[in-house]
Design a protein around this ligand. Structure first.
Ligand code: DAH
Length: 347
């Protein structure tokens, strides 16, 4: 074999082997490349060594020298590739260096909406007065929203324009006369509905609160919104009087505002209480109207099957937005529903 041919073969072998060693990304791939080029039995270097024997005698020294040089080069390249893979492996085990002295990345924590905070707080403090919190549905029937609460059909509170009645498919398609239940479903306009739901299921005594959303088609302004929250309270037992009502409301307000709060009753009318009052609270020298209250009307007891001779009770319904606004000096109810974090993050 001519010398030039032999040397060309070695050059090609060098090229291929260097490329293969460099490309090997794993120890297994590198081992495969090692066997292909440097394998003692049938590696390509071994085959080239056989070619050396066929080179003309006169060219042998040059060919041999180049062969030895190539062998050296390939071994060096293999070692380089081996140590490259080894150091990559250690880097993986160690992972990125952790430096405990670098200041951490502070996670951005959210918090509960101010109204949710108020609701939780009210549940907590009424819980300490022995009232357990119950929920009621927001889609109600007329029995629970009106009739059982002694609000007759002709009462203005039942005006379709003052309520969110639901047009159910059944109602729209119905041609036969409808039962009371079918006649009207609406978004509840007050949480007093829950008084009825509880008394229908539980014999007296009861001592509950219910907090939740109510709906009225009011135009939104600084003090009105078509959806807002109420806290309803109901206590029924033997010998309950308005003095109990006033004491509970005063304790309630004093714990909420963490101050000595005065309560004022003004005569009023609600169909489900007799007598009925408007409840005002005075805190930091200002009176504000919190809601309504009164002694449960005997007609309500009759509607749920309670003995109105044996039991008396009081009920109240207060606006949650109102107490929350007063506490934090918020002057526009709409702020609560805009979800502007610049407002919300202050609480
Ligand atoms: N449900 C009344 C309203 O939404 C508030 C209210 C008044 C609730 C008197 C009561 C009550 O429980 O006794 O305006």
């Amino acid at each position: 074999m001519a010398l030039a041919e032999f040397l060309a073969e070695l050059d090609q072998l060098n090229c291929d082997a260097q490329a293969a060693f460099q490309a090997a990304g794993t120890a297994a791939a590198l081992e495969a490349a090692r066997i292909e080029f440097l394998g003692l039995k049938s590696g390509r270097l071994k085959s080239a060594q056989k070619g050396l024997g066929a080179v003309d005698r006169a060219d042998k020294p040059v060919a041999g020298q180049r062969f030895n040089q190539l062998k050296q080069q390939l071994e060096t390249a293999l070692e380089a590739a081996q140590s490259r893979l080894a150091s990559a492996a250690t880097a993986r085990v160690d992972g990125p260096r952790f430096d405990p002295t670098v200041p951490g990345i502070r996670p951005r924590l959210g918090h509960l909406h101010p109204l949710t905070q108020t609701i939780e707080e009210l549940k907590d403090l009424m819980g300490r007065l022995g009232f357990s919190a119950v929920d009621g549905p927001e889609v109600e029937d007329e029995w629970h929203n009106f009739e059982a609460l002694n609000i007759p059909l002709e009462h203005p509170a039942r005006n379709p324009l003052d309520n969110f009645y639901l047009a159910t498919a059944e109602r729209l398609g119905a041609t036969r006369p409808q039962s009371t239940e079918e006649r009207g479903l609406l978004l509840r306009s007050q949480t007093s509905t829950v008084q009825i739901r509880v008394m229908e299921k539980t014999p007296p005594p009861v001592r509950i609160i219910s907090l939740g959303r109510v709906y009225r088609p009011d135009d939104a302004d600084a003090t009105h919104y078509p959806m807002f929250h109420q806290i309803e309270g109901l206590l029924v037992d033997r010998g309950i009087t308005m003095a109990d009502l006033k004491s509970v409301l005063r304790l309630f307000a004093s714990s909420f505002f963490q101050d000595d709060v005065h309560i004022r009753f003004r005569p009023s009318f609600f169909p489900f209480t007799e007598p009925s009052v408007e409840v005002d609270m005075s805190w930091q020298g200002r009176w504000i109207e919190m809601g309504g209250a009164g002694m449960v009307d005997p007609n309500v007891f009759r509607a749920v099957g309670y003995d109105a001779e044996e039991f008396t009770g009081f009920a109240f319904g207060l606006g949650i937005e109102r107490v929350c606004m007063r506490r934090h000096n918020v002057t526009d109810i709409r702020e609560f529903y805009k979800n502007d974090v610049r407002f919300l993050q202050q609480f």
